[in-house]
Design a protein around this ligand. Structure first.
Ligand code: FAD
Length: 479
C-alpha cells in the first residue's frame, strides 16, 4: 500500500506528465511511489490536445505539432514507445497578407524581427517607412532604457517603428498566445529580444546570433533538422496513450468532475482534502495543473501571492477547419500557411477576423491527399472576441467569405468544423516571471506544486517539462 497520496487537478498534458514522472516515468512505479489520483473537470483527458475525424483523416482540433528543438515532448514520446508515430513537418516558410495580397515571408527573421537591413528587401507590400526604419536601426539606432522587464511592443516599436511591429512582429508573436505585443512580457515570451535590446545599438544586428526562428523555405538544410513534429494519429493521441499507461500503473483518472475545493487539515496526518461535488480525497500533496484562474479560485484564500494568479487572464480562440476540393481553392505557392496582421481591412464589415491560416495537408505529410486541401483558419485575440458573439453557422460563413478575400479563389467547402477554445491561452504580461516565482514559493510552503501553460511557457514541450518538474518538487516535499 502506498503511504503517500497525491492529487493532481487537471488532466491536460501537464497534469498527465506530472503523474508519469511521479510514477517512475520510463522505469515505472516502485515502493516509494505514492497513490496518484487525477481529477479532470471536462469529459476527456488532454485539455488543449484533442483529435477528431475530418474528411476521413485524423486531425487535431487544438495544438497540432510541437517544437522539435526542445527535448521534452520528444523524450516523452520515446518513453511511451511512440517513436514510430513521429512525423516531421513537410516544409517550412509561410506568407503574410500585406497590401491586399499574400507575400512570402523572407528568411532571416527572428519571430518577425529582421536580422539585417536587407532582410525585408524582397518583401513587397510593406510601407516604405518600414524599410527606412530598418536602415535607421542599422546606422543610427535609437537609444532605449530598459527596466527589469519590458513589453515586446515597447522594444520593437522604439527600435524598429510601428510598421514592422504591427505588420511582422505582432502577427508572429501575438499568434503564439493570441496576445498583443504591447502587453506581452519580453522576459517571459521573447527573452532573446530583451537580451538583444539590452546590448544597445542596432537591434537587427544584436538579434542576429539567435538564428532564424521563422527560417524561410530553405530552413531544413540550414538548420540540420525539422523545426516541428507531430504524431501520425495527431498530437491529441499523446495524452490518450499517456492516460492509458498511467491507468495500467494504478493511477486513478476521474473525468467529468471539477475539483470544487481544497481544504487544509492541519490536525490530520495528511495536509489536504480535495473535494468534488460528491467525493473527498485525502492528499499529502497537490499538483495544480489546471488554469491560473482555477488555481486562484481554489488556493487564493491561503496566500495573497496565490490570489494574484487571477490576474493571469486568458484569450479565447476559435479554429475553423475546412476541406476544399483541390481545384476549388487557390493557395500560396509555398509554405505551411499565412499570417494576417490585425486591423486588416477587407471588402466586408469591420476588419478581418482571421489571424492565421494553416495549410494542414501541406504541413503534415500524412494529411496530403489527391482530392482535398485541408485549411484551418485561426480566429481571436485577447482584445478580439467577435467570434464569441457569432453562432457556429455565422462564424463558418464569415470565415468562408474572409478566405475568399484573402486567397482570391475559394469555392464551397466539402466539410467544415468549428472548434472553440474559450479562455484558453494565458497572457504573460509584464512581471509574469516574478508573479509566478512568488506564487510557486507560496504554494510550495503549503505542499502544493503549480504547473502547466499558465506558468512556464505556452507550448506542448514547455507544459510537459512543467508537469515533470512539479512532480519532482512534490517528490522532494514528500521525502
Ligand atoms: C487553441 C490552441 C492551440 C495551440 N497550438 C499549439 C501548437 O500547435 N503547438 C504547441 O506546442 N502548443 C500549442 N498550444 C499550447 C499547448 O496546447 C499547451 O501548452 C498545452 O496543451 C497545455 O497543457 P496544460 O496541461 O498546461 O493545460 P490544459 O491543456 O489547458 O489542461 C488543463 C486541464 O485542467 C482542467 N481543469 C481546469 N479547472 C479544473 C478544475 N477545477 N478541476 C479539474 N480540472 C480542471 C481543464 O479542463 C484542462 O483539461 C495551443 C493551445 C491552444 C489552446
Amino acid at each position: 500500500m502506498p503511504s503517500n497520496s497525491v492529487v493532481i487537478v487537471g488532466a491536460g498534458i501537464a497534469g498527465l506528465s506530472a503523474a508519469w514522472e511521479l510514477t517512475g516515468a520510463e522505469k515505472g512505479p516502485d515502493t516509494t511511489t505514492p497513490r496518484v489520483e487525477i481529477i479532470e473537470s471536462s469529459s476527456r483527458v488532454g485539455g488543449a490536445l484533442v483529435t477528431t475525424t475530418f474528411d476521413q483523416h485524423t486531425i487535431d482540433l487544438g495544438a497540432d505539432g510541437f517544437l522539435a528543438r526542445r527535448p521534452e515532448a520528444l523524450e516523452l514520446v520515446r518513453e511511451l514507445g511512440l517513436e514510430d508515430q513521429l512525423e516531421a513537418i513537410a516544409t517550412s516558410g509561410a506568407s503574410i497578407f500585406l497590401d491586399g495580397a499574400l507575400r512570402e515571408i523572407p528568411g532571416g527573421l527572428v519571430l518577425g524581427v529582421p536580422t539585417s537591413a536587407s532582410s525585408l528587401s524582397s518583401l513587397k507590400g510593406l510601407p516604405w517607412r518600414a524599410k527606412l526604419a530598418l536602415r535607421r536601426d542599422r546606422f543610427i539606432p535609437r537609444r532605449l532604457t530598459l527596466g527589469e522587464d519590458a513589453t515586446i511592443g515597447e522594444i520593437v516599436r522604439r527600435k524598429l517603428g510601428d510598421d514592422i511591429s504591427a505588420l511582422l512582429v505582432e502577427p508572429m508573436i501575438g499568434g503564439i498566445q493570441a496576445g498583443r505585443i504591447d502587453e506581452l512580457s519580453a522576459t517571459s515570451v521573447f527573452p532573446a529580444l530583451l537580451q538583444a535590446a539590452r546590448k544597445g545599438g542596432s537591434l537587427t544586428k544584436a538579434i542576429r546570433p539567435v538564428g532564424p526562428v521563422n527560417p524561410g523555405p530553405e530552413a531544413e538544410s540550414v538548420m540540420g533538422g525539422p523545426a516541428f513534429d507531430t504524431l501520425l494519429d495527431g498530437v491529441g493521441s499523446l495524452p490518450r496513450t499517456l492516460a492509458r499507461r498511467l491507468q495500467e500503473r494504478g493511477v486513478v483518472i476521474r473525468t467529468g468532475v471539477p475539483v470544487s475545493a481544497l481544504r487544509r487539515t492541519p490536525a490530520s496526518t495528511y495536509p489536504w482534502e480535495v473535494d468534488t461535488e460528491t467525493t473527498t480525497t485525502p492528499a499529502h500533496a497537490v499538483i495544480m495543473a489546471a488554469s491560473a484562474s482555477s488555481a486562484a479560485h481554489l488556493l487564493g484564500r491561503f496566500d495573497p501571492h496565490l490570489e494574484k494568479l487571477s490576474s493571469i487572464t486568458c484569450a479565447s480562440a476559435a479554429m475553423v477547419t475546412f476541406a476544399f476540393s483541390r481545384d476549388d481553392v487557390a493557395l500560396p505557392e509555398r509554405g505551411t500557411g499565412a499570417l494576417v496582421p490585425l486591423s486588416t481591412t477587407w471588402s466586408g464589415d469591420g476588419t478581418l477576423m482571421i489571424t492565421a491560416i494553416t495549410l494542414l495537408d501541406r504541413k503534415w505529410p500524412h494529411l496530403a491527399n489527391d482530392s482535398t486541401h485541408l485549411l484551418r483558419a485561426h480566429v481571436g485575440r485577447i482584445d478580439d472576441e467577435r467570434a464569441l458573439s457569432l453562432s457556429d453557422d455565422e462564424l463558418r460563413a464569415r470565415i468562408e467569405d474572409e478566405l475568399r478575400f484573402i486567397l482570391g479563389r475559394c469555392g464551397a467547402p466539402l466539410e467544415t468544423r468549428v472548434q472553440r477554445w474559450p479562455t484558453s491561452l494565458p497572457q504573460y504580461r509584464r512581471g509574469h516571471e516574478s508573479l509566478v516565482r512568488d506564487a510557486k514559493a507560496a504554494a510550495r510552503a503549503i505542499s502544493v506544486a503549480l504547473c502547466g501553460m499558465a506558468y512556464d511557457g505556452v507550448g506542448i514541450p514547455a507544459s510537459i517539462g512543467s508537469g515533470r518538474r512539479a512532480a519532482n518538487d512534490v517528490r522532494s516535499l514528500l521525502a
